[in-house]
Design a protein. Structure first.
Length: 354
């Protein structure tokens, strides 16, 4: 084998081993780096969702005038807009949720059932609310927001969501309750986890006193009834990103003398779900972010590690082949033994001399 070719192979082997080792090292470090950059709530969140349903709804204006009216088939739309606010930094993000529930059979201000603005600061990695700065809830447009300490999850689940229970914040109760893993399923072909939360009816306000007839009851005395609230919600979560792709919530508010009042006065009883367009958008975002995380933390490093291993193995093999066999060295001239002349030649030389 020519010396130049041997040297070329040796250099190529060294270069392959160095490149492979570098790839292996980078592949080992890549998941940690990618996780620190990708597994965070973005600072440019701007999401709009729409939920719809049909409600049994109390006409509050008619009630104050002494007439009890409950419409059993009111079309409802719930619009929610989530945006990023200050303060937000590399570790935490402040999210503001503006929610408005309207009845679709009316227009203008008369169509608004309720509206609120909820603000909380969460850990960008876990999605859990942080204690500082404290959150706030504005439940009436003509009143300032009230400071409200938030706990647990609200806008998304943790990255790499597990099959267990999580604390989930309820804005009406202003506290968190457990939401439990139910099962694995699919939405539009996307694997998701279903979580379920049930909050039994709870008193949420002081008593309201009105003439019995206003409550639809007999008698001439005034009657005091308390306000109660309960909810059952199901969330479908893409587990890699923690994104919530579908929400079903059954709200129930009523007036009653106690929780088990046999003749409650319904305030609102409605089941809402994200509409088809919103689900499509949520699934699309979840799929895109899931792929980004997987390529940054699993697929990319895996391909890099495989390429690095092949380069190292190829370099070792090429190096071994280039140093296996070398040509035999020629002996120096002084080491060559001169043999005796042939007999015939010696005899002719002797005859010539005589």
């Amino acid at each position: 084998m020519p010396i130049s070719l041997r040297l070329s192979r040796h250099g190529t082997a060294c270069a392959a081993i160095m490149a492979g080792t570098l790839l292996l090292t980078m592949s080992a470090l890549a998941p940690t780096y990618a996780a620190s950059q990708l597994v965070k709530i973005p600072l440019d969140v701007e999401a709009d969702t729409v939920s719809t349903g049909t409600a049994q709804l109390l006409d509050a204006a008619a009630l104050t005038k002494g007439k009890l009216e409950i419409d059993p088939t009111v079309p409802i739309t719930v619009n929610q807009r989530v945006t990023v606010q200050d303060p937000s930094d590399s570790n935490t993000v402040t999210l503001q949720s503006a929610v408005q529930m309207t009845r679709d059979d009316r227009n203008g201000p008369r169509s608004v059932i309720n509206a609120s603005v909820d603000r909380t600061t969460v850990d960008r990695r876990t999605g859990y609310a942080v204690s500082e700065p404290s959150g706030s809830i504005q439940s009436s447009l003509d009143k300032p927001a009230e400071p409200v300490a938030h706990e647990g999850l609200q806008f998304k689940f943790p990255f790499d969501t597990k099959k267990l229970s999580y604390p989930y914040f309820d804005t009406t109760l202003r506290s968190s309750r457990a939401i439990d893993f139910v099962k694995e399923t699919e939405i539009k072909g996307l694997p998701v986890y279903q979580f379920h939360q049930r909050i039994e009816p709870t008193s949420i306000g002081g008593a309201i006193t009105l003439p019995a007839v206003n409550w639809g009851r007999t008698g001439t005395d005034s009657v005091s009834l308390k306000r109660f609230y309960g909810v059952t919600r199901d969330l479908w979560v893409e587990p890699v990103s923690g994104a919530i792709v579908q929400v079903r919530q059954h709200y129930n508010q009523y007036f009653g003398s106690d929780i088990d009042d046999p003749d409650p006065v319904t305030i609102i009883d409605v089941t809402t779900m994200l509409d088809e367009q919103t689900v499509d958008e949520q699934v699309e975002r979840a799929v895109a972010y899931k792929r980004l995380i997987q390529w940054g933390t699993v697929y990319g490093p895996g391909i890099g590690a495989a390429a690095g291993f092949l380069l190292v193995a190829g370099g070792v093999y090429l190096g071994a082949m280039s140093s296996q066999r070398t040509p035999a060295k020629q002996k120096p001239l002084e080491e060559v033994t001169v043999t005796e002349e042939p007999v015939g030649v010696r005899d002719r030389v002797s005859s010539a001399n005589t």
